[in-house]
Design a protein around this ligand. Sequence first.
Ligand SMILES: Cc1cc2nc3c(=O)[nH]c(=O)nc-3n(C[C@H](O)[C@H](O)[C@H](O)COP(=O)(O)OP(=O)(O)OC[C@H]3O[C@@H](n4cnc5c(N)ncnc54)[C@H](O)[C@@H]3O)c2cc1C
Ligand SMILES: NC(=O)c1ccc[n+]([C@@H]2O[C@H](COP(=O)([O-])OP(=O)(O)OC[C@H]3O[C@@H](n4cnc5c(N)ncnc54)[C@H](O)[C@@H]3O)[C@@H](O)[C@H]2O)c1
Length: 466
Amino acid sequence: MSESTESAACAAGEFDLIVIGGGSGGLAGAFRAAEHGARVALLEPSALGGTCVNVGCVPKKAMWLAAEVGRMIGMAETLGFQGAPGRLDWPTFIAHRERYIHNIHQSYRRRLDAAGIVHMPSRARLLARAAAGGGTVECDNGLRLQAPRILIATGGHALRPDIPGAPLGAVSDDFFHWTAAPQRVAIVGGGYIAVELAGVLQQLGSHVEMLVRGERLLHGFDASIAGQLAEDYCQAGVRLHLDCPVAALERTGEGRLRVRDAAGGEHGPYDQVLFATGRAPNTAGLGLDAVGVDIDDGGHIRVDAGHATSAPGIHAVGDVTAGIALTPVAIAAARRLMSHLFGGAADPSLDQTDVPTVVFSHPPLGTVGLTEVQARERHGDAAVHVYRTGFRPMLEALVDGPQRSLFKLVCVGEERRVVGLHLLGEAADEILQGFAVALKKGITLQDLHDTVAIHPTSAEEIVLLR
Ligand SMILES: Cc1cc2nc3c(=O)[nH]c(=O)nc-3n(C[C@H](O)[C@H](O)[C@H](O)COP(=O)(O)OP(=O)(O)OC[C@H]3O[C@@H](n4cnc5c(N)ncnc54)[C@H](O)[C@@H]3O)c2cc1C
Ligand SMILES: NC(=O)c1ccc[n+]([C@@H]2O[C@H](COP(=O)([O-])OP(=O)(O)OC[C@H]3O[C@@H](n4cnc5c(N)ncnc54)[C@H](O)[C@@H]3O)[C@@H](O)[C@H]2O)c1
């Protein structure tokens, strides 16, 4: 670098806040800080919106919707519709999906401009800490920026298991580049992503096998709800291999893939093997050591309840921390923090209890609050009252299909306070949000009974539970 370019590069840009990462948490933080009048720089080397918009929630939900339309089309003929269309043409659908995502990018760009946020299309590295807080951040091109506040929101990336042949397998990022359903596919894992992508692919015409290390799907979710989902998946044609840790991946003579499990069993051949085996935080090359930001054993940035790191003036939110790895959590945490730092709000912390979440399986699975097991551990067996209903939703009954819904309510104490709601079935994804508000407000079973049902819906089953 010549002397003159070096001095230009060292002319430090002064901001009130530097945001590292333009995903869910970073963008939400930048916008909220700017609303409060802060001068903000946002560094994002890739597409705006991060994981959620580009290789997560948004394209995943688009594929889920396509699969749901496919399911309806499958039912149409049985119901008497004639000339129902056939299989999905992926390239056509992908064009719609990517247009939708492109519109989100454009909307972010317009909003960044309108808010006066400086967007640097660059990776960031923390260079030095300032005594008064925050510090200096360096861009790819050597440009240095300074601010008394820095927000790290660099998210995470998919992990492959450490086994021979692992690079032969795909991860969820790769899935979003596929242009057709692989004929035969193995999905390794039993968590959110494994369950969601298995459902989509089976519905769109693949033969799906799930290779699950544990003894059940969706560890940590209510066991009976996860059990019913496993049954629904088997009915839909998914082959479930439980207690099946994978040991190696190899290519066959015909260029397909075979999986060896830890017990020596062989699975396949498959056209694709997709690892959905968890994610790790993006902290490599970030310069955390240089500024004294501590990480935990899993590599996540350590933060306190107010999202402060061990370095003064440096904060972190979202998947780079060990909190709940969901988009609305990253957004809410970033907004609360910025309202505290720049808007005078007293409390920067986010209440992360009773966060509702949906697994976009087929049918969808929604959950909020305690599972039955958690409630028994916390409140004792005698205090816990469980109400459940299993039923066939109307459309499923009309086509005489096998898919069943299962709703489960967990209450505690004499007053039957609602502490958990677990829904598997049609529209669970849309039903849950309102009930999550009610649960957060501390409603009782009697409050549900005092509410008149909406008939005929799946949702009414919740207020009718006895
Ligand atoms: C397949 C999939 C499906 C999902 N579905 C859902 C869902 O339905 N609902 C839900 O709530 N959540 C879902 N999630 C989780 C959700 O996507 C994440 O919780 C969320 O994106 C986290 O936001 P974040 O801001 O922490 O990180 P990200 O959104 O990952 O953003 C981080 C950004 O930081 C950038 N970055 C990294 N390093 C640097 C650096 N050194 N300098 C500058 N920038 C950097 C990255 O390029 C990235 O754009 C899903 C995730 C996946 C993988
Ligand atoms: N609908 C949603 O809101 C949604 C969707 C997708 C992802 N997410 C978020 O993203 C996070 C990451 O999703 P994910 O599915 O990657 O993680 P996850 O933690 O939900 O599931 C990981 C799965 O991989 C298994 N696993 C781990 N290592 C393994 C190994 N070596 N061999 C075999 N199996 C192994 C685990 O047992 C588990 O079943 C989720 O925890 C969630 O917070 C949310």
